[in-house]
Design a protein around this ligand. Structure first.
Ligand code: SAM
Length: 312
C-alpha cells in the first residue's frame, strides 16, 4: 500500500491518471483487436488457468475489472471465448475509449463506471470475473476480491494476469536504468527529438498516462506469489494458483519502452517499432518454452492468478 496516500486519494489519482491516458493508451501499448491480439489474450487466459484453450463461448456472462480500453474483453469476445461481457473501470475516459474500440469492431459490450471494491451487481451474476494489470492499483485488494467472490456464481472462475511481481519489478529496474542512460545516444542514432510533452512514462503505471505526474501514486502494490494466493484464499476462493509469465520479453520491452518514452512519438521510426514488437514476440515465445514453469513464479515480471468460487 502507498505509504502516504489515503485510499480515496489513490482512487482519485487513478481516475485522473487513466482519464488522461485513455487517448494514447492503445498506441503506447501496441494494443490491437485483431487475430494476433486475440491469440495473445486467449493464450494468457489459458496459461493463467493452467489448461488448454477455452472452447467457444466457455463463459456465458463475464465481468472485467479495470477493463481499460478493452484489451482483454474485446479480444476474448472476438475469439468467441466469452458470450456476453460487462466491463467496469473507475476511469470514465478509459471506458469511453473501450466503447469506441467495441464500435469499430462491431462488438456489443456493456460498460459500467465502478470501483473494484464496490461492484454494483447482484450476487452470483457472472461465470467469469477477470482483469489484466489492475489489482496493483487497488487500495484494498482483499475487499475487491471479496466483491468478485460475491458476484461470481458458485463454481465460477476468477482470473487475473499482468500483475507486477515484487522481485520481477525490482529486476526490471536494471534495463529501465540502462535505457535511460543510453537514451540520448539512441535518439541521436535515430534522429529523434527529445519528448516535448510535459511528463513522461517510464513505469508499469506509466503504462498509462502521458502528461500527468501521478505515476508513483497509482501503482500501489507489487506482489509476491504467496501474497496473491493468500488474498484469494482469504476472500473465499479455492483451487488458487499463481503462475509467472515473461522475463526476457519484459526486459526487452521495458528497455524499448523507456527509450521510446524519451522521444517525440512521431520521430520513432516504423522500422524500430516493428523490431520492438517482433522482438518482444520472439522473446515471449522463448520465455514460454524455456523458462515459464521451470523457474519460480516470483522471478517473472508478471503474475497470473486463477481461482474458483466453491460449489454450494
Ligand atoms: C494498467 S491499466 C489496465 C487496463 C486494461 N485492463 C489493460 O490491460 O489494458 C489499469 C486500469 O485499472 C483501472 N483502475 C484503477 N483503479 C481502479 C479501481 N479502484 N477500480 C476499478 N478500476 C480501476 C484504471 O482506470 C485502468 O483502466
Amino acid at each position: 500500500m502507498h505509504a502516504t496516500l489515503s485510499p480515496d486519494e489513490i482512487r482519485d489519482f487513478n481516475i485522473r491518471y487513466h482519464d488522461a491516458a485513455a487517448e494514447h493508451y492503445d498506441s503506447k501499448w501496441a494494443i490491437g483487436f485483431g487475430g494476433p491480439s486475440q491469440d495473445q489474450v486467449h493464450s494468457k487466459l489459458s496459461k493463467a488457468l493452467g489448461a488448454g484453450p477455452a472452447g467457444p463461448n466457455a463463459y456465458a456472462r463475464a465481468l472485467e475489472i479495470g477493463a481499460g480500453t478493452g484489451y482483454f474483453t474485446l479480444n476474448l469476445l472476438g475469439a468467441g471465448v466469452i458470450e456476453a461481457a460487462t466491463c467496469t473501470d473507475i476511469s470514465p475516459g478509459m471506458l469511453a475509449a473501450l466503447r469506441a474500440n467495441a464500435a469499430s469492431g462491431g462488438l456489443d459490450v456493456e460498460t459500467v463506471v465502478a470501483d473494484a471494491e464496490h461492484l454494483p451487481f447482484a450476487d452470483e451474476s457472472f461465470e467469469l470475473v477477470f482483469g489484466h494489470a489492475v489489482l496493483h492499483h487497488l487500495p484494498d485488494v482483499g475487499q475487491a476480491l471479496a466483491e468478485m467472490h460475491r458476484v461470481l456464481v458458485p463454481g465460477g472462475t476468477l482470473v487475473f494476469a499482468g500483475e507486477p511481481s515484487r522481485l520481477g519489478d525490482s529486476i526490471a529496474r536494471v534495463p529501465k536504468r540502462l535505457a535511460t542512460s543510453v537514451a540520448p545516444l539512441w535518439r541521436s542514432l535515430l534522429r529523434a527529438r527529445p519528448l516535448q510533452r510535459a511528463g513522461k512514462h517510464t513505469e508499469h503505471a506509466a503504462d498509462c498516462a502521458p502528461g500527468v505526474h501521478l505515476e508513483g501514486s497509482v501503482d500501489v502494490h507489487a506482489f509476491t506469489p504467496g501474497q496473491l494466493s493468500e488474498l484469494a484464499t482469504e476472500a473465499g476462493f479455492e483451487s488458487v494458483h499463481v503462475r509467472g509469465e515473461e522475463l526476457l520479453a519484459n526486459w526487452f520491452g521495458w528497455t524499448n519502452r523507456t527509450l521510446e518514452a524519451t522521444a517525440e512519438p512521431a520521430d520513432v521510426p516504423w522500422l524500430w517499432r516493428r523490431y520492438a514488437y517482433h522482438g518482444y514476440l520472439v522473446l515471449q515465445a522463448l520465455d514460454r518454452s524455456l523458462l515459464e514453469g521451470r523457474l519460480p513464479a516470483g522471478v517473472f515480471y508478471n503474475l497470473m492468478l486463477s481461482a474458483r468460487k466453491p460449489e454450494r
